[in-house]
Design a protein around this ligand. Structure first.
Ligand SMILES: *Cc1c(COP(=O)(O)O)cnc(C)c1O
Length: 407
């Protein structure tokens, strides 16, 4: 069947097709947005919500809004996110800071908790740069030792890989659930189990999972997690990240950026710091209220449709891309650089081609927006709530016509 006809047929039966109209349309021509895994599109509701905050809670209630809602917003929104996307019971998720800063805070807390008898941090060379850099900094600061895994770049870290690096000196395992390059979906429950069997804590980076892949943090017994809100959660550029700390660990972990907002009595303005109980101790300064505003509508939307439905469409979009590569684009040298098994793949599909860099810039000129990742990757991240099959098909056809014209 012709690709566009196939796409149109899929769009007609797509139970999430309605959601596309909930997003702000591009004001200039846009053929295909294939980078929802880097910066999600805004919902129309978010435009209204931002205006309402400026006019109401900020413009009208002014300082009173701190008492009325903003002091609790990082935790209330964290609980909503935990319920809709993370499999986290209330009281374990907070919003604030960037992923980088939260990684620092939680990894530093975990290293301190593990203590000098367990100074090793297990991590992998394919993880996102910020994760590796933060760990390097903590190693330099604390004397912790980095134990590197070197997974197949087209795949990712398996439980067997992790098991091979664990020992009596392992304190923390730091991994991303979805590999930012290959899209590999790690087996979070199995890896968490092997780490725990070795007496280590696990810190999961969920940047490419949140709002895309169902996560069951409580069920898997995960210790710590962080993730961003501007990718599949559509929180907007620089929207704050989230952190998850299992309830059992909250009383025994101390994070290193002790600020007044994490103090047990915020407004006592006392002589020295005493950490609050619960998730409050993991925040440091004044919560970024406006920047949190954009997250709320997507969390509500995912809650209403169910993360399983989002995942189902995400998987189907991935299969749609892969099958066109196999049937057509492979003859032009395009290869699938992501796992083919959908159970081992997150929300994006990475294609490889020797001219990936120039192909991606030519696609951008044609208003088709995937992204390029070193060395030869074209990442196709179609967000299931804002993308149609037709849009993805048009992107694939643009790529095909480019490949044909440059051959
Ligand atoms: C996007 C991403 C980040 C981004 O961190 P920021 O502090 O928000 O810049 C971190 N880790 C992973 C795995 C990511 O995909």
């Amino acid at each position: 069947m012709d690709l566009l006809a196939d796409a149109a047929a899929r769009d007609r039966t797509d139970p999430l097709a309605f959601a596309r109209d909930l997003f702000v349309p591009s004001a200039t021509p846009l053929v295909a947005y294939l980078d929802g895994n880097s910066l999600g599109r805004p919902l129309k509701a978010t435009r209204q919500r931002l205006t309402a905050v400026v006019d109401g809670a900020w413009g009208t209630r002014l300082i009173r809004s701190w008492d009325e809602q903003w002091m609790e917003l990082p935790f209330a929104l964290g609980d909503d996110l935990g319920a809709a996307c993370l499999g986290a019971a209330p009281g374990q998720t907070a919003i604030g800071d960037s992923t980088t800063v939260l990684l620092y805070k939680l990894l530093r807390a975990a290293v301190a908790h593990a203590g000098p008898a367990r100074p090793e941090i297990v991590l992998d060379s394919e993880n996102f740069p910020t994760d590796r850099y933060v760990a390097e900094g903590i190693a330099a600061e604390t004397g912790a030792k980095l134990v590197w895994l070197h997974p197949d770049p087209a795949l990712g870290v398996t439980a067997a890989n992790v098991a091979s690096a664990l020992g009596p000196r392992t304190g923390v395992v730091l991994l991303s659930q979805v590999a930012y390059k290959s899209g590999y979906l790690a087996d979070l429950p199995a890896i968490t189990r092997v780490a725990h069997d070795a007496g280590a804590l696990v810190l999961w980076d969920l940047c490419h999972s949140a709002g895309s892949v169902p996560v069951a943090l409580d069920a898997a017994g995960v210790d710590l997690a962080v993730g961003c809100s501007y990718k599949y959660l559509n929180g907007g550029p620089g929207a704050p990240a989230f952190c998850y700390v299992a309830a059992r660990l909250q009383p025994v972990l101390s994070q290193p950026i002790q600020g007044w907002m994490g103090n047990s009595d915020v407004f006592a303005m006392g002589p020295s710091y005493a950490p609050a109980s619960g998730m409050r101790r993991f925040i440091s300064g004044t919560p970024p209220v406006l920047a949190m505003t954009g997250i709320q509508d997507t969390v509500a939307l995912i809650d209403s449709v169910g993360i399983e439905a989002v995942r189902e469409k995400s998987t189907a979009l991935g299969e749609f891309v892969i099958s066109y590569v196999d049937s057509t684009l492979s003859q032009y040298g395009v290869q699938v650089a992501s796992p083919r098994n959908p159970a081992e793949r997150g929300g994006h599909v990475t294609l490889s081609h020797p001219d990936a860099r120039s192909l991606v810039s030519a696609l951008w000129e044609r208003d088709v927006i995937p992204d390029f990742r070193e060395p030869d990757g074209i990442r196709v991240g179609a967000a299931p709530l804002s993308s149609s099959y037709t849009e993805v098909a048009q992107g694939l056809l643009s790529l095909e016509s480019l490949l044909r014209s440059t051959r």
